[in-house]
Design a protein around this ligand. Structure first.
Ligand code: SF4
Ligand code: SF4
Length: 470
């Protein structure tokens, strides 16, 4: 979204904070006090910066859900279990002697990417008005938050726990009595799933609305799971149940392999293996000295896959499945983003076709694109960024707003001016109603931005439309 590396970095770090005082406090805490002072002493600097990037900033604040670095590590309550170990547990006691203890009293719970798909396709999702990844990631407060996990050097998904009815601005760290957003009174859970509630269930028992579609780490509860990278391999350890789990005051002794096999299917294992293959590919490349920035942004965008689809006019039901996405992500983790680029381009191409359905749009977007192609034929150094800026300036003029463009030198400015002349010379102003013209300019700008966002080449959009007009 951002072509300015400083702004991009700032949004990665502070994109979730939309209060200026809190933002300044967080930046000072991170050692950027002098920068904050500089901005405070030059209000016109920040105003012009915000004006220039208003659209990006507003979109980012609305849609970005990552909240910086995860402030806590997953707590490890007990000793690792080995394959020969047994433990005591009776799930009946969850209903009779507990009220959802393991789904409360923490702020975040790390889940896996396939868990997001499980939640979306669960029978409870529609009941809870969860129809897309946007509903999971973009609500205030979000149901799932993405945090930078420093060990993996990646954004990973976490369920975000909060007290019932918590203010959307309350950071979970400050929220006492946090519970999982899927924890409900057991009567509601059983009634939704059309199950008979056992008579001996506690009145205040709580249960998971997701039932069989809960994240794999939850299905294993009260057995815990510790994940970490050891000597370049992703390690998985099962951890003995927490001592305070009432279900463990049981006479029944369960062997660990039997318990795990009953709860995790082979497809769970396969999905987990794919995700781990991606993590390990990323880790290997990191150790080889690659910065992996592109892969990290591809992963971040893929978590909110339905947003990517929606900006290209696709519905969530058209989302690629988990296996298809992981194929793209594993290749990206290995340094090959061509599959991802193809995926985005295929959406852009289809968009391009749908864009031509409306007669007015077809006419005027086509005029604008032809003008851009003509300018590109004259100015071989033209870039997508200059095209985007020219379109933004034209839109601003039509909407009676001022748009200031800062260029790196006279040559870029000359190309910008030439482009404005070229687009205006097709006689748009005289022939086209303003509203339709602005819409057409915005449609073309949307396409250009799509290509800039992919970051494949400085003139990827220009090449694309030249091909299109052949
Ligand atoms: S998803 Fe379900 S099982 Fe997991 S913490 Fe939330 S309520 Fe508990
Ligand atoms: S697993 Fe233990 S803590 Fe969790 S609901 Fe059952 S009894 Fe309670």
């Amino acid at each position: 979204m951002f072509d300015n590396p400083i702004l991009k970095k700032m949004m990665d770090q502070y994109g979730h904070i939309d209060d200026l005082d809190k933002l300044q406090a967080a930046m000072r805490e991170d050692g950027f006090g002098e920068f904050v002072d500089l901005l405070n002493n030059n209000p016109e600097l920040i105003n012009s910066f915000i004006d220039e990037h208003r659209e990006d900033v507003e979109q980012s604040i609305r849609h970005y859900t990552g909240s910086g670095t995860i402030p806590i590590q997953e707590p490890i309550y007990g000793q690792p279990l080995s394959n020969d170990d047994t433990f005591r547990f009776d799930p009946q006691l969850c209903l009779t002697d507990c009220n959802g203890k393991c789904c409360k009293g923490r702020n975040y719970l790390m889940i896996l990417y396939p868990d997001i798909f499980k939640i979306l396709t669960s029978p409870a999702a529609r009941h809870l008005k969860i129809h897309s990844t946007q509903d999971l990631l973009e609500r205030r407060p979000p149901i799932i938050d993405l945090f930078l996990n420093e060990e993996y050097d990646l954004y990973l998904p976490y369920l975000r726990f909060l007290p019932i009815g918590a203010d959307s601005n309350t950071p979970p760290e400050e929220a006492a009595d946090s519970i999982c957003p899927f924890l409900y009174p057991i009567s509601d859970v059983f009634s939704f799933h059309k199950l008979q509630l056992p008579q001996n269930a506690r009145k205040d028992a709580m249960g998971c609305m997701l039932m069989d579609c809960k994240p794999s780490i939850c299905r294993l509860s009260p057995v815990g799971q510790a994940r970490g990278m050891v000597t370049g391999r992703l390690s998985y350890e099962y951890i003995e149940p927490a001592k305070n789990c009432p279900g463990c005051a049981a006479d029944v002794e369960i062997p660990l392999p039997q318990y795990v096999n009953a709860l995790l299917s082979s497809s769970d294992e396969e999905e987990r293996a794919l995700f781990h293959k991606m993590l390990m590919a990323h880790n290997t490349r990191r150790q080889e000295g690659y910065d992996q920035k592109r892969f990290k942004s591809v992963l971040l965008e893929s978590y909110n896959i339905d947003r990517l689809l929606s900006i290209n006019d696709y519905a969530p039901k058209q989302r690629p499945n988990y296996g298809q996405l992981l194929k793209i992500l594993i290749a990206a983790a290995q340094g090959d983003v061509s599959l991802y680029d193809k995926f985005i381009q295929s959406m852009n191409k289809s968009n391009h076709k749908t864009m031509k359905i409306n007669r007015n749009d077809r006419e005027y977007t086509s005029y604008i694109e032809q003008a851009v192609v003509m300018a590109y034929q004259k100015l071989s150094d033209l870039t997508d960024r200059i095209v985007a800026n020219a379109l933004k300036e034209l839109i601003s003029q039509k909407e009676d707003r001022i748009y200031r463009v800062d260029y790196f030198g006279a040559k870029e400015e000359m190309m910008h001016r030439e482009l404005l002349v070229q687009i205006n010379s097709v006689g748009l102003e005289s022939k086209c109603p303003k509203r339709i013209l602005v819409n057409a300019l915005k449609q073309v700008l949307g396409s250009v931005k799509g290509f800039i966002k992919q970051g494949t080449a400085d003139d990827a959009y220009l090449k694309f439309i030249v091909d299109n007009f052949k």
